[in-house]
Design a protein around this ligand. Structure first.
Ligand code: BJW
Length: 250
């Protein structure tokens, strides 16, 4: 048995016994759907811009047309992409455990398209825009406009996402904390773990006694149970893990 097989088997036993599994995902889970991660090097026109600058209120105030163009391109790419085996594995896992809470930092909507229910979106969605005048949220707008306007009042719209220095949606953040405090197994999948407050959730789960898995393509530090780390692709590791749980249940 390889080290990975051993970790997968151990985690499958924890999942089999779990009452509540909480999963936090980041851009890495959508990488195998062809969506660049947030901190991947940008290409083309975007290579000259820092994504952290584009995803900021100051960046939008300076050049709303440029920021809208970035989000429009990302929305088109997300709509053209398909969920990958990692997204589907989480849908399957939700059917095998009494309760699964899925928290995502992603704005691409791929978890929902795979079939996950009640996804907690911490950082908003590419598929919504918000009126700068009164905060009304819109799910359709004139996509051809360089500077889209609110269909109700004509004010400038902005992407309904959370930029640096902005507060996360209160209900989403509270639900994320509640699920993190309540779970017996916590997964952190495909996130660099640099952006707060999401980055703190695995530590909070660990401090409350949960079994924690950090799954990332990049090398992660060595760990001992109850903290497990797997260095691998989410789209390969998660389906293997879910198959192992399925065998335990059979
Ligand atoms: C794979 C893979 C494969 C690849 N399989 N893995 C405490 C300390 C210090 C600073 C702060 C703090 N509290 C708050 C802050 C400030 C700030 C912050 O955290 N700054 C840090 C950068 C230092 N946080 C905020 O401002 C937040 N607001 C807040 O806390 O409000 C209260 C407050 C206000 C004012 C002052 C203080 C407090 C808001 C954060 C909003 C983040 N928004 C963004 C943009 C959203 C819209 C958009 O997408 O455009 O969210 S930034 C960006 O980062 C985006 C992402 O959701 C987020 C996380 O990125 P993620 O998902 O981790 O992606 P990557 O690219 O970083 O990593 C991908 C990983 O996948 C890599 O590790 C790969 O290896 C891996 N991978 N392929 C598995 N196949």
């Amino acid at each position: 048995m390889s080290d990975l097989d051993e970790v997968i088997t151990a985690l499958a036993h924890h999942l089999h016994a779990a009452q509540h599994v909480t999963v936090l995902t980041g851009a890495g889970i959508s990488a195998e759907s062809g969506i660049p991660t947030f901190r991947d090097a940008q290409t083309g026109l975007w290579s000259q811009f820092d994504p952290e600058e584009l995803a900021s209120p100051a960046g939008f105030a300076r050049n709303p047309g440029l920021v809208w163009r970035w989000y429009a391109e990302r929305r088109i790419k997300a709509c053209a992409a398909q969920p990958n085996p990692a997204h589907y594995a989480l849908v399957d896992l939700a059917k095998m455990v009494p309760k699964l809470t899925l928290i995502t930092q992603n704005i691409d909507g791929l978890h929902q398209r795979a079939g996950s229910q009640d996804v907690i979106e911490l950082h908003g969605s590419l598929h919504r825009a918000r009126c700068m005048a009164d905060g009304t949220v819109h799910t359709t707008w004139d996509y051809d406009e360089e500077l889209p306007q609110c269909p109700d009042c004509g004010a400038l719209l902005r992407p309904d996402v959370v930029w640096f220095g902005e507060y996360l949606p209160v209900a989403a953040l509270e639900a994320a904390y509640t699920a993190t405090l309540d779970c017996d197994v916590f997964f952190s999948i495909g996130t660099s773990g640099v952006v707060e407050p999401a980055a703190s959730l695995p530590r909070i789960a660990l401090s409350r006694g949960a079994t924690v898995l950090i799954l990332n393509l990049e090398q992660t530090t060595a760990a001992r149970p109850p903290l497990f780390t797997i260095h691998g692709k989410a789209g390969e590791v998660l389906p293997r893990l879910v198959s192992t749980v399925r065998r335990l249940r059979a």
